[in-house]
Design a protein around this ligand. Structure first.
Ligand SMILES: [Zn+2]
Ligand SMILES: [Zn+2]
Length: 366
């Protein structure tokens, strides 16, 4: 069938094209798109900060309605509202063990352009194959995805569905880092560095977890959003002495948990200086070959601090996204104020606003 997609053929550009989408094969679904969120990874893909093979369709926070299912699909029927999350291989030890976020081929699964079955479903006007991001490529009016990274979203309108795009990646990463990786003790203290979509998701999850002290360290923006997300204290990371303030707030003990979501390598040293003994630090956004001068004895060994990563918040989307939907319905995941909607044709403007940080979560509507 003919669909419209925003194809990246050269670095930094989107080209709106009519392309051919093949039928869903076994275990695949055809989804009529309702909306797609934008996160910084889309920019990394379009700007080729990652080794992406063009032509390529970005977009990895798609939500829509099942239009058709391939053979062997028992989980979905046409008319189901769904979201798509990150893909995984399904065959490695970690996938088998219910840990798709730790898939041994996660880079290839997420960014290699193919569906799980190993081939592509989109062809351009010249018959050339076009890759898709995260096994979806949701900057398009329709998507064929594998059922394994498609999740039923139990809401009663497309309007509500369109508000939940970020559960597929950004909020999942932030909230999952807290709920799945840290599993904080009720009453504990946490600091979240960076108040974008991921950081704010972590703040909300810290409140859900019953953390008593939730410190949000923001940059140019994010102060108000952090407070409405549940932060008990906010620190301006650009103007204040973060370590001194954290120690003051925690009575000199430091925080039991910290999340790095600001993408600033030097901030990790600050974060380590804020840790209480036996604390857990989770890194989710430092990219590239950044090196920082950690003092092993003072920062890690002596205080018994754990430093860990958390791809996609260590989430199994099939289990975790429905949990997040329940939190949203209960009013415990106040993400509505973070969303700003754009027409699909204004995707470049939405990407620009995401990059500038003027909008926490741009969402394209189809
Ligand atoms: Zn795997
Ligand atoms: Zn993302």
């Amino acid at each position: 069938m003919k669909i419209t997609a925003a194809v990246t053929r050269e670095k930094g550009k989107l080209s709106f094209e009519t392309v051919e989408l093949a039928e869903p094969k076994a275990n695949e679904v055809l989804v009529k798109m309702v909306a797609c969120g934008i996160c910084h990874t889309d920019i990394a893909v379009i700007e080729q900060f990652l080794p992406i093979q063009f032509p390529y369709i970005a977009g990895h926070e798609g939500v829509g309605v099942i239009e058709k299912v391939g053979s062997g699909v028992s989980e979905f029927v046409p008319g189901d509202r769904v979201g798509m999350s990150f893909p995984s291989c399904g065959n490695c030890d970690n996938c088998m063990d219910g840990k798709p976020w730790a898939c041994e081929s996660n880079f290839v699964s997420m960014f290699g352009g193919n569906l799980r079955e190993g081939t592509k479903r989109v062809k351009g006007e010249g018959g050339e194959d076009i890759g898709v991001m995260f096994g979806q490529g949701s900057f398009a009016t329709y998507v064929v995805a594998d059922q394994s990274n498609t999740v039923k979203i139990d809401v009663d309108s497309d309007d509500v569905l369109s508000r939940l795009c970020s559960l597929g990646c950004g909020i999942q990463t932030g909230a999952g880092s807290v709920l799945n990786r840290m599993k904080p003790r009720p009453g504990s203290a946490i600091a979240v560095f960076g108040c974008g979509n991921v950081g704010l998701g972590a703040v909300m999850a810290a409140k859900i977890s019953g953390c008593s002290t939730i410190i949000a360290v923001h940059g140019r923006r994010g102060r108000e959003e952090a407070l409405t997300s549940g932060a008990t204290h906010v620190i301006n990371g650009r103007k204040e002495d973060v370590v001194a303030r954290v120690l003051e707030i925690t009575g000199g003990k430091g925080v039991n948990y910290a999340l790095e979501s600001a993408g600033v390598p030097d901030m990790v040293i600050t974060m380590l200086d804020c840790m209480a003994r036996d604390g857990v630090c989770v890194l989710v956004s430092v990219t590239g070959p950044a090196q920082i001068p950690i003092e092993l004895e003072r920062h890690i060994m002596n205080p018994s601090v754990t430093v860990t990563g958390a791809v996609e918040g260590c989430s199994n989307p099939k289990v975790f996204i429905p949990e997040l939907v329940r939190f949203y319905k209960e009013g415990r995941l106040p993400i509505d104020d973070l969303n700003k909607f754009y027409d699909f044709k204004d995707a470049e403007k939405a990407l620009h606003d995401c990059h500038e940080g003027t909008v926490v979560k741009p969402i394209l509507r189809f």
